[in-house]
Ligand binder design. Structure first.
Ligand SMILES: C[S@@+](CC[C@H](N)C(=O)[O-])C[C@H]1O[C@@H](n2cnc3c(N)ncnc32)[C@H](O)[C@@H]1O
Length: 261
């Protein structure tokens, strides 16, 4: 009995590792997150059963306890079970609960890492998250609180202030408040902030200052959004790479079809 936890990366199937692709190809059943290029990834295992168990902000979601139970039940039936998670499974992915459910039932697990949104976003921006002599630390942080967590933003703020580069996950909808809080806490107003929607696929890429976002907020963005804050982002280039969602036929997209730049 074994469950494979596989990092699907930010959406482009070509960013999955060869091992991830190989193990996905061997799956009988795939429990997968929402918000990925599922059609592209299904090419690895067209005959497997694909079950979406994604959680979407503000929309009805599958309960975590149900996901844990289903993993265990399917593995005990002797099926090759893949739990396909967006980005890297170990970053804001509820991996711990699922691992624990497997361990409690003596089900072996293996984890295949993936490209996390922070790295995919930095690649889109053609920049580095660290800068020799200037940015020695990077923090991955989220202001999103779990159901039973106290309603305070002191923890994420302290973490974001302590690092020279802060990458904020699940933070797009609160960007304005976040920039206010960072300025209030002492970050210079002119600190660069980049916004990357749908890294590795078509989406918005913006380069602004904390002050600009604190004043104006962001346009409404549909896809997953990552915010990157810090001086290292001064080197970011905001441009649209020709990308399509089709793994097999990678045709350049005319600039007119690109979203906000
Ligand atoms: C529940 S977390 C999962 C993170 C994932 N495990 C990872 O390593 O990227 C979801 C958040 O990741 C970020 N994210 C995931 N995919 C993204 C993408 N393709 N582009 C930009 N941000 C992304 C967004 O901040 C989104 O709200």
């Amino acid at each position: 009995m074994k469950v494979w936890f596989i990092g699907a990366g930010p959406g482009d199937p070509e960013l999955m590792t060869r091992k991830a692709w190989r193990m996905l190809s061997a799956a009988d059943v795939v429990l997968h997150d929402a918000l990925m290029n599922i059609e592209g990834m299904q090419k690895a295992a067209p005959n497997a059963q694909w079950l979406e168990v994604g959680k979407r902000s503000g929309r009805p979601s599958v309960e975590q306890a149900f996901i844990c139970r289903t993993l265990v039940t399917l593995a005990k039936r002797g099926l090759t079970v893949v739990r396909l998670k967006g980005g890297d499974p170990s970053i804001f992915g509820r991996l711990a609960e699922e691992l624990q459910a497997c361990r409690t039932e003596n089900i072996e697990v293996e984890i295949i890492p993936g490209v996390t949104a922070a790295c995919a976003a930095a690649a889109e921006l053609q920049t580095s998250l660290t800068l020799r002599g200037e940015s020695r630390s990077v923090v991955f942080v989220t202001p999103r609180l779990g159901k039973h967590e106290a309603n305070t933003h002191s923890e994420w703020l302290a973490a974001a202030m302590a690092a020279q580069t802060a990458v904020l996950y699940m933070a797009g909808a609160q960007a304005k408040d976040i920039c206010h809080a960072l300025i209030e806490a002492g970050k210079p107003k002119q600190t660069p902030i980049c916004i990357v929607e749908n890294a590795s696929r078509v989406g918005a890429r913006l380069k602004l200052t904390l002050f600009q976002v604190a004043q104006q907020g962001l346009p409404k963005l549909e896809g997953p959004v990552t915010l990157l804050v810090g001086q290292a982002l001064s080197l970011a280039l905001v441009q649209q790479t020709p990308l399509t969602d089709d793994f097999a036929e990678r045709m350049p997209v005319p600039p007119s079809q690109h979203a906000v730049a």
